[in-house]
Structures are given as structure tokens and as C-alpha cells.
Design a protein around this ligand. Sequence first.
Ligand SMILES: [Zn+2]
Length: 333
Amino acid sequence: MRARFRQIALIGGFMAAMLFPGELARARGFDVTVLGAHGGLEDGNLSAYLVREQGTDVGVLLDAGTVMNGIEKANAAHDFDHLALPNDPKTSRTGLLIHHVIQGYLLSHAHLDHVAGLLAVSPDDRGKPIYALPSVLSVMQDDLFNHRVWPNLADRGAKPALGLYHYHDLFPERTVPLSSTKLSVTAYPLSHGAVESTAFLLRSGSDALLYLGDTGPDALEKGDRLAALWKAVAPLIRAHQLRGLIIECSYDNSRPDSQLYGHLTPAWLLRELAALKAEAGVSMKGFPVLVAHIKPLLTSGASAEDLIAAQLQAGNVEGFRFLIARQGLAVSF
Ligand SMILES: [Zn+2]
């Protein structure tokens, strides 16, 4: 499965090179490894996307629902065979990967399927920044790293603040470098039912990659946060700098709107992508969309992944290149 998607990604890159000659010369691109793909139910496989500037050994984790199990699954799939790790015979390969490849955490929101892996690994982690909007960091500080739910390993909140992790507040539309990597990030707030969630626009040289945490469609969230995000990234699409999108599609189309709780279905995702295309004003044919945060079904029959993939393809009039996220999948954007 991993190889097939890698092959698709490579073909896509080749197609992009043909479509936009000269672009690859200054393109740096991104390597994304799916450490956790699902949006609930399956402990050990919850939202976590490792992103590195293409060809480099270090990066950041976009959400952290699963950390250690995801590293082990991706390592077993040979995703990290080519990485240079320090020579430290006292630390396991999993430990080296967690300590040295993940140089920081970007949290879209503090729901457990986005932070549980971080909590679990934290006592044996190395000091790192945690980047998020203030509304998200306040939940981490008050409700999780508070010495009641979990020891306070961060540098604010319940005393003693042990200070292993450094909270780094992000502010909407303000770009900051990501420490110890060659990446930078700009945060955009999203509406996810009752909570604020976040989209992260990552930059690597002139290239960009957009990751969205959980989000509902504007029409149901009764807001315009996705519209504002599409407006912000449209110029990057026109300039051929946006390499792809990682976005949620939690439920298949049989889920009623009244039970989406701030999430997307294929029909709503296609509608939002049509809005993005309209804002960009250019063809989106072949544009890569990694479909994330699918909630597994406990019913017999077709899997949630198969249902959602089929429903997305059936309505794909714009020709987006959808890939379904699976744990251990490595995608080059
Ligand atoms: Zn959520």
C-alpha cells in the first residue's frame, strides 16, 4: 500500500514537473509520513502527520494522536531507512526517531485523538516546542498537563512546571520559523463545532503545504473561516507554490448534517474544494489532496475508507488527486 501511494506521488511530481517546467529547480517540497490516520476509535492510529522538508532528516509532527506506535509502524514500513540518526547505542531506534526526527509539535486543537500520543510519550521525550493557537495551549495547560490528568511537563501552568516542553503561541496569519528545521508555519483558525481548530500553512523555501485540523463546512459552522483560508492560499495555487492539501473527511455521505459535530463528509469536502477552486480561478486537475481523520466503522461491510474514496471519486468533477491516509504511508508533495 505504501509503495503504491509513493509511486502515485512520484508520478504526480513528474506530472507537475511537466506541467510547470522549471518549478522543480527551486522546489524543495515536503516528505509526509502518516504516523496516525484515523479520527477516533482505533487507539494506536490517531491523527499525526510527520512533515519534513524534502530530503532532510528532521521535521515537525502535525497533531500527535499517535506518536510511538506510528513511528514503529512507519519504521517497519522502511519509511526512515535513509535518515541519518545520531550514534547512541543506549537509545533504541524508536527512541532515536522520536528524539531526533520530531523537532516540535503543532497541535490543531486539543481533542484527545490529536494529543494522546504526545501525552503518552512525553515523560521520555526530549525538550521541544509545542506550537498552537492560545486557545489550544490553554487547554493543554489547564486540562491535560496539569498534574491531575498528566504531570505538567510543559513550561506554564500548574506548579511545578517541569519545563521539558516549551509552549509557543501562534497567532493567526503570523508566520514563524519552526525551531531546528528549515520550515516555517502560518496558522489560520478553523471552526470545529464547539472548539477552535487550526489550519497550518507550512513553507519550505518557495513551496507550501496546507494541513487542516478538524473542521466543519462553513455552511454548517455558520462562519467563513474556510472561505478566508481559501482566499489566503489562492495566490499560492496560482503561483504553483502550494504542493498539496491534507484535510479531514471524517464520515461518509450517509451521516446526517445534524450529526457531523464539526466535521466533513465527501459531499461537504467536494463543496469546499469547489470553493477553493473558484477562489484560485485555475484548474485543480491533479492537485494532491491527502484525505485524513476518517473515523473507522464498527459495522460489517465496506470500510469507511472505501466508502469515502468511492464517494469522493464519484463527485470529483474538478479532477483532484485524492489519496486516503493510512498509517505508515509516505507521501512526497
Ligand atoms: Zn476534534
